[in-house]
Design a protein around this ligand. Structure first.
Ligand code: SF4
Length: 699
């Protein structure tokens, strides 16, 4: 039996994994008591060991034949193909014709090594990862406001004492159910406010006096937040002493929201004035400046996955700062990161503009430090790359990227406008996918490399609250499978990388600690030995003696002057707004049983039985108007394309909105329809809203 953590979301619930009596049987998972999950697991966690024994588990490399089929190969032959083609592409088109796409589920050790492999072995600036699609806008807003981005800058359990929580765009009842325990306190105090265009299970937690559900028009969260700040100002309820002491930019922001009076906000968002006033009252009463016991503002993907996601999160942070919440014990702002290592994944160098330690790759001092750890000249490290959607736009272009490595991501299902991306992937000179199952993206590859997965590997993950956790091997990997650390090391050797890459996770972690030392995300004091001894280590943790930092910002924010910065933001229209031929909004999200692209959870029999297919959730009145009945096949069409799925009639959605989960492949792929327009600051695509037509679809 090994103590480890769930392979899926950023809550990183603690569990034990016990091998079965025979190697082909499913290991047993049991929950462990831990501050985030308190002995709970969701259905995904309970069944997570099934993926270890997936019937189509990849155990041998696959190489596409001249006839176009993926056929089994030896490791040597598969790596020969990669080496030969990369060298040819380099000779014909240069180093920048090769790119890498990583994932927020990779361990810290893998995320670190993938960045190093890309910059040193491949010599290309072009690396980015699927965290760009997850919380990049919140990360950008956090960096701008606080000078540091740590999803939750406080332990999750702190929420238990809150008098009010404003939850904007998060359906944690389905995405991370054990976290709901931390809302029980605020519900009992009547202070839970959920902003969501859908009446999700999380929104339903506000029933019976537990709080308020705010159900705005999709794409108008920012306006709602401006309206709330307007009301706080109008009531003279800002925390003046805190603002003078700890915040810059308040006066400009205060002036900018003067025009967002409640009636105007109601007109633009559909949220009644009375609701806005009630929410403002709840937050004001809970804020420490008014004698409350504390309030939190939290954002999730619903607020963040927009072409103006950074501004929306900034509006949430502005509201929190005006109330004097961030950097105060018992109050704060936080982002509920989604992927298992969504936090660590963005700290160690697989993001286009970053080096380990959450350092800027454009900063000469950062480059010199990391180069010294890597044992290379700083000039060897390429400059910044480009965010994911710009990277994708270069794929298969004549002078663009001709070869792509994909790790820990199933972009054919998870990226917006996915048909265009699939076409580009298929046209590459070389697509290499490392995975443990034949995902939809792997099936397009020229070379598929079978790799280890969670309970087969050692490493660390950094959870939603910035706490570094040990992932431990509990079962042996199948014969024929290798760790990605081995793959990158071997490829680096073949491609004449100037330095060897370590393959032992502990050795990688020790190097990561040195590379991150002195950076914003400082892991220098976080070792396997300390974690194995049971220490709860949150970054920054700059030395072996340092206890870690569960709550950042208590004394100062991370900007040079120690102050947080408020920034003027204003609403912008949805990038793909309603029109005569597309009169409904599509919003996308997750369901309880599935995780991200579903590449793992769609292989778990219990989960497939419970949620076998995608669906189009549509209001009964809208369905009646369109002649659609429960279960009818429905076609959803946008300017990008169409997808089809059975209708599910429900009053949970607005009359002007339909909802689809984004876990399902083929014709049910919701991302065939979503909009690739991106946030100019963070590169976040506008997953959460686009204009569609909906019709009955036969066939
Ligand atoms: Fe916990 Fe998330 Fe795993 Fe569910 S999916 S058990 S909430 S870590």
């Amino acid at each position: 039996m090994s103590a480890t953590h769930c392979p899926y979301c950023s809550l990183q619930c603690a569990m034990s994994v016990t091998p079965a009596a025979t190697s082909d049987a499913v290991p047993q998972v049991s929950p462990l008591d831990f501050p985030t999950n308190r002995g709970g697991l969701c259905q995904k966690g309970w069944t997570s060991a099934s993926v270890l024994r997936a019937s189509d588990r990849l155990t041998t490399p696959l190489v596409r034949s001249a006839a176009g089929e993926l056929v089994p190969s030896t490791w040597d032959a598969a790596l020969d193909v990669i080496e030969t083609r990369i060298r040819r592409i380099w000779a014909e088109r240069g180093r920048e014709a090769v790119a890498v796409f990583g994932g927020g589920g990779l361990t810290n050790e893998k995320a670190y090594t993938l960045g190093k492999f890309t910059r040193l072995a491949l010599g290309t600036p072009y690396i980015d990862y699927n965290g760009r699609f997850c919380m990049s806008s919140a990360a950008a807003a956090g960096n701008l406001a606080f000078g540091l981005d740590r999803g939750l800058p406080f332990p999750l359990a702190d929420l238990g004492g809150a008098q009010a929580i404003l939850l904007v765009g998060s359906n944690l009842s389905e995405t991370m159910p054990p976290a709901v325990q931390h809302l029980e306190g605020v519900r009992s105090r009547g202070g839970l406010v959920v902003v969501d265009p859908r009446r999700t299970p999380t929104a339903a937690l506000t029933d019976d006096g537990a709080g308020i559900h705010v159900q705005p028009l999709p794409g108008t969260d920012l306006t709602v937040l401006l309206g709330l700040l307007h009301l706080v100002l109008a009531r003279g309820a800002v925390d003046h002493a805190y603002l003078v002491d700890r915040v810059a930019g308040f006066e400009e922001v205060a002036r900018s929201v003067s025009l967002w009076w409640p009636e105007r906000v109601e007109r633009e968002t559909g949220v009644p004035v009375a609701t806005l006033r009630a929410v403002a009252s709840t937050l004001i009463a809970a804020s420490p400046a008014h004698g409350g016991s504390g309030a939190y503002v939290l954002t999730g993907r619903g607020a963040e996955q927009h072409a103006h996601g950074t501004d929306t999160v900034t509006a949430a942070i502005n509201l929190a700062l005006a109330l004097g919440l961030p950097g105060r014990r018992g109050s704060g702002y936080g982002c509920l990161t989604g992927q298992g290592n969504g936090q660590g994944g963005r700290e160690h160098g697989q993001k286009a503009d970053q080096l380990p330690g959450y350092r800027s790759i454009a900063d000469p001092a950062a480059r010199a430090h990391v180069a010294s750890v890597w044992g290379v000249d700083p000039d060897v490290i390429p400059g910044p790359g480009v965010p994911a959607m710009q990277l994708f736009a270069r794929l298969a272009e004549p002078d663009g990227v001709r070869a792509l490595f994909v790790h820990g991501s199933n972009v054919v299902v998870s990226a917006p406008d996915s048909a265009d991306l699939a076409t580009r992937l298929a046209a590459l000179d070389l697509l290499v996918v490392c995975d443990f199952v034949p995902s939809e993206t792997a099936l397009l590859a020229d070379v598929v490399l079978p790799v280890t997965q969670w309970a087969e590997e050692e490493g660390t993950m950094t959870s939603v609250e910035g706490r570094v956790l040990r992932r431990r091997a509990a079962v042996a990997a199948p014969a024929g499978v290798r760790s990605e650390l081995d793959v990158w090391s071997e490829l680096a050797r073949r491609l004449d990388c100037p330095v060897p890459l370590a393959t032992d996770p502990r050795a990688v972690m020790d190097e990561l600690r040195r590379a991150s030392a002195g950076g914003v995300a400082d892991y220098a004091g976080i070792s396997y030995d300390r974690l194995d001894a049971g220490e709860a280590l949150y970054w920054p943790c700059p030395s072996d003696e340092h206890p870690g930092t569960p709550r950042v910002f208590l004394d100062r924010f991370a900007h040079d002057d120690g102050k947080a910065v408020m920034r003027v933001v204003s609403p912008a229209p949805v990038a793909d707004d309603l029109r005569r031929d597309a009169p409904l909004f599509l919003i996308t999200g997750r369901v309880l049983q599935h995780y991200q692209s579903g590449a793992q959870t769609r292989r778990v029999p219990d989960l497939v039985r419970a949620a076998p297919r995608g669906f189009v959730q549509i209001h009964p009145q809208t369905a009646a108007r369109l002649g659609i009945e429960e279960g009818n096949p429905v076609r959803v069409t946008s300017a990008r394309g169409s997808c089809t799925a059975p209708a599910r009639l429900s009053g949970e959605v607005r009359l002007d909105t339909v909802f689809m989960p984004f876990h399902h492949p083929g014709a049910e792929t919701a991302n065939l329809v979503t909009n690739p327009a991106t946030d100019p600051i963070s590169g976040m695509p506008e997953f959460k809203v686009c204009a569609v037509s909906v019709s009955s679809h036969e066939g």
